[in-house]
Ligand binder design. Sequence first.
Ligand code: BES
Ligand code: MN
Ligand code: ZN
Length: 491
Amino acid sequence: MRFSLSSTGLQEWNGNVLAVGLPKGDVDSTATALERRFAGITEILKQQEFKGKPSDQLVITPLSEGPQRLVVLGLGDADGIDADSLRGAAARAAKASIGCDGTLGLQLPWTGTADADAEAARISAEAVRLCLYTDQRFRKESDPRRSPDALELIDLDPAAISGFAAVNATCAGVELARELVAAPPNVVTPAALADTAAGIAGDHGLELKVLERSDCEARGMGAFLAVSQGSDLPPKFIHLIYRPEGEVKHRIALVGKGLTFDSGGYNLKVGAAQIDMMKFDMGGSAAVLGAMRSIAELKPSGVEVHMVVASCENMVNGSAVHPGDIVTAANGMTIEINNTDAEGRLTLADALLYACEQKPDAVVDLATLTGACVIALGDEMAGLWSNNDGLAKSLDAAAQMGGEGLWRMPLRNSYKDGLKSLLADMKNTGPRPGGSITAALFLKEFVAQDTAWAHIDIAGPVWSDKGKGVNPAGATGYGVRTLVNWVLAQS
Ligand code: BES
Ligand code: MN
Ligand code: ZN
């Protein structure tokens, strides 16, 4: 999408759809400015009882020359306008523009200072592009829906142009993640994820290693391989590396859960467990692949990024893991699999061990790990667990910047008792209460003692049934913006 600052003000702006935000209490003065361009608009706003509340929205087709569509958006109290409300307003403008092509013009109550306006430009542009995304890959005939392909922001400080710099690369990463998550499990297989990594490596000159089953066996990845053994599809252990030009100041690892389908195994998902949605169980790997796609394009300096995904399916056949099997992870730790549906943590155990071998300064894993996290935080927030306060803070800031909900959760050590096994070093599943916490405590066992680590459980926000804010219904691409912002902040 093309982003620019309009060289004209509201009165002369001449694109296809014009969207103007009106805060509460400011309706009269802005309406007067609009009236000069669109005679009669004040009367219409009055008739509609438009007060500038966030629920107020007016879409009209002006009869005069100029834009084919005028959108007036209520913004609520003027002093309550912040990054999130700008993002929301830009998203509403984008949705209201669907059906028109060409250029969308957007005027919101910008602050008028260079830094704040650059941030507002970034937020608005990101919101508009993410909102207009549609997925037509699986239809016989694609829907000929029209939408703008350019955004012009009206009346911003000229320095705000810098805010656009990373937007298209970031959104391309989010869209890649959405496409991977939305695609069905007969399309996005472990091999398809490896191919996606190869595509990124080929396009941008990144380094790629794919470990096959035999390589994983040689490395003793018994936890990962146990999950994959009931599937007809071969597992793929994917390691993609971005190396910056010049000196490396930080080395980081991004680990993603890559279950391309999770049937639950012999602890089969039944009842309300929504087995049909378990194509999204590779949402963590989609987020790290999406982030790598963006990073590869943005080429941040000083930071080396290792992406690690242990991808497979959790299926049932005669070779599948039995509930009760004891397996050995790559560090020799034995695990009693008391529930085959707690498979993500088994794959992540070997992935985290491998990631730590790269000697990173920080490891961040993303996983659709537990239904318990969805119960705790709903579908707008991911849970964050970390052994390092600095890392947790920097991830929180990155998530805020991207408008992605993230909430820190406790690594309560005493809950580890729930993972005690009679026979093995650990069980993979603890009691139901606090289930997302024991899952995080399980992962922690596979992270090197002195390594800063964070675990993000994205089981809720990976998917949006109805769509909300910048997310159309379906796959959200959650995590890409947080990771990209976080990596850029390290450079
Ligand atoms: N992939 C699921 C987690 C999940 C469940 C994500 C629902 C999104 C919605 C994970 O592999 C799983 O099955 N977790 C179990 C763990 C339990 C057996 C300890 C769960 O959350 O029920
Ligand atoms: Mn499962
Ligand atoms: Zn799973």
